[in-house]
Design a protein around this ligand. Structure first.
Ligand code: NAD
Length: 356
């Protein structure tokens, strides 16, 4: 066995529960009684319902969460936190809403109860990305790790099929990079493999019937497993590429992950053969990169950067940015090979199957 270090994240996970009762229990367990419920505007009704069910334990609702956690929105929400004398936040939603809850926790140390409704996995990480003046900065601090996560499958049934597919591929990306992380460990590798397996089974079933509760439950479990990988070990080329492309060309988050993952995996394949074998096995495919590409195609998810808004003349610039500020990756960063990778993703070429 290779030596490893593993540090468990202190979090309570309540899976397969009914959100209203579980959040009430969670708030009581934390010893708080004035929670501000957060959501995006489209999920305002769900947030209002949750706040109503919490009764006196809810101090109000703030429904202005938005993508990329802009500091201006956080400051607006902080005024509501102060006005209502909130002593906790409850984030109901995907990575955008959870990001707002984390940004408030960073500034106030208020405890967070999170009710995830996508598969992005932010609830399981001590990571916060914020934007100000068009610049995104990311930090890792235990101050933003949510204290309690409540997984209620019924709240995910409304996640549109297209977003379910890309959100699931976004989650798979955390597990794939967790398997070849520099600081990987046996526990996270087990979770990674099982998270990929869960999504490979659940996502096609969700596309066939978005109200399939068993498949939704499997996917939500996958979200926890894959999110825990993101929260526990370091990521590499794929996440860096998505950060660069999303930030530079304002591309949508989960779609960018979906398009890039097969190509980042193909780039790293020869340098991480054990991880690749695990990914392929979990997908039920003969090869990791082509297996991921074929899964995205089967789900009807985007497979080209062109279709999600990247300009073709951005390929060279993206390659320069991806090669700058070196970071750890199983295969060294070679600028021209990165350019070819981004061009292949731009055009949606099926990655070549790695030699066995
Ligand atoms: P999102 O939170 O932006 O949600 C996308 C849209 O779907 C929103 O309009 C939302 O209201 C809606 N929605 C969410 N759940 C729904 C449901 N069940 N039914 C109907 N509509 C629903 O999308 P996301 O992909 O979850 O999050 C992306 C953001 O999260 C990005 O900014 C990304 O950087 C961040 N993120 C952060 C981490 C981290 O660890 N810090 C991890 C993953 C993602």
């Amino acid at each position: 066995m290779t030596p490893f270090t593993y540090e468990a994240l202190p979090q309570k996970i309540m899976f397969g529960v009914e959100a209203e009762a579980a959040v009430r229990d969670a708030l009581a367990g934390l010893g708080v009684s004035r929670a501000l419920v957060l959501s995006t505007p489209p999920q305002a009704d769900a947030a209002e319902r949750l706040a109503a069910a919490l009764g006196d334990s809810a101090a109000g609702v703030y429904t202005g969460a938005t993508m990329h956690t802009p500091v201006s929105v956080t400051e607006d929400a902080m005024r509501v936190v102060a006005d209502r004398r909130a002593d906790a936040v409850v984030a109901l939603g995907g990575g955008s809403t959870i990001g707002l809850g984390k940004a408030i926790a960073l500034r106030t140390d208020l405890p967070q109860v999170v009710v995830p409704t996508t598969y992005a996995g932010s609830e399981a990480t001590p990571i916060l990305g914020e934007t100000e003046g068009g610049r995104k900065t990311t930090q890792r601090t235990m101050k933003v790790l949510p204290e309690v996560v409540v997984y209620d499958v019924s709240l995910t049934l409304t996640l549109p099929p297209a977003l379910s597919a890309t959100s699931g591929m976004n989650a798979i990306a955390h597990a794939v990079e967790g398997l070849y992380a520099q600081d990987r460990n046996p526990l996270i590798s087990l979770l990674a493999a099982d998270g990929i397996r869960a999504f490979a089974a659940a996502l096609p079933a969700i596309m066939a019937d978005p109200a399939d509760e068993a498949a939704r439950s499997e996917a939500l479990y996958g979200a926890w497993a894959c999110g825990t990988c993101l929260g526990s070990v370091g990521m590499a080329l794929h996440h860096k590429l998505c950060h660069v492309l999303g930030g530079t060309f304002d591309l949508p988050h989960s779609e960018t992950h979906t398009v890039m993952l097969p190509h980042a995996v193909a780039y790293n394949a020869a340098a991480a053969p054990e991880a690749m074998a695990t990914v392929a096995r979990a997908l039920g495919a003969s090869d990791a990169a082509t297996g991921l590409f074929d899964l995205a195609r089967r789900l009807g998810a985007p497979t080209t950067l062109a279709e999600i808004g990247m300009p073709e003349d951005g390929i060279e610039r993206a390659a320069d940015l991806a090669a700058a500020n070196p970071y750890w990756n199983p295969r060294p960063l070679e600028r021209d090979a990165l350019r070819d990778l981004i061009a292949a993703a731009y055009h949606g070429q099926r990655p070549l199957q790695a030699a066995a």
